[in-house]
Design a protein around this ligand. Structure first.
Ligand SMILES: [Cu+2]
Ligand SMILES: [Zn+2]
Length: 193
């Protein structure tokens, strides 16, 4: 009888170790990606966990010149015109928190506020890495990354919507973050042309 208990206990311990191991592998490879691929907006944003933060590596190879508000919006619903189903800026915390600047800037801000993407006249490329503290890539799944037509006033403007959207206008590029699994070597899907 005692040997049966011993065998069952051993099997239970081995299964637990296997489960922890598999979960760990899954968490290490887990990430998020949002891809933009229209005539006007081409690029990708890749999120990976670094400690308790997420690094979001953003590359655009096509964008109209000028400054464009850039945010993570709460929902992942692209039905209808103008990406309105993506709802407001994503925020962890009080819904009354006012709009603000990119990560690391002083003052209140939404978790999803990423400031402006600035494209000089005659250029169309942009590259940056954002550090999102207290955020995991899994938090981004199903949320929409949006690039706007106009500059984000970072909550400092005089407009009615400065404190909610930064008055950044129409949503010209919208992409829902999906899950990456690392099953294939990452290859950039958007190319210069
Ligand atoms: Cu936005
Ligand atoms: Zn905001």
């Amino acid at each position: 009888m005692s040997s049966v208990v011993y065998i069952l206990t051993s099997i239970a311990i081995l299964l637990t170790i296997l489960l922890i191991y598999l979960t760990h592998i899954d968490m290490k490879s887990v990430g998020a990606v949002a891809v933009f691929n229209t005539d006007a907006v081409k690029g990708e944003a890749v999120a990976k966990a670094v400690g308790r933060s997420t690094h979001l590596d953003v590359v655009f190879t096509a964008l109209p010149s000028g400054a464009h508000g850039f945010h993570i919006h709460t929902a992942g619903d692209l039905r209808g015109e103008g990406c309105k189903g993506a709802c407001a800026h994503w925020h962890i915390g009080s819904p009354s928190t006012p709009h603000g600047g990119p990560p690391g800037s002083p003052g209140p801000r939404h978790t999803g506020d990423l400031g402006n993407i600035e494209i000089p006249e005659g250029k169309s490329e942009f590259k940056a890495t954002y550090t999102l503290r207290g955020v995991s890539p899994a938090d981004l799944w199903g949320r929409t990354l949006i690039i706007h037509a106009d500059p984000d006033d970072l909550g400092k403007g005089p407009h009615d919507d400065s404190h909610t959207t930064g008055h950044s206008g129409a949503r010209i590029g919208c992409s829902i973050f999906g899950r990456t699994m690392g099953c294939e070597a990452p290859k950039r899907t958007t190319r210069k042309h």
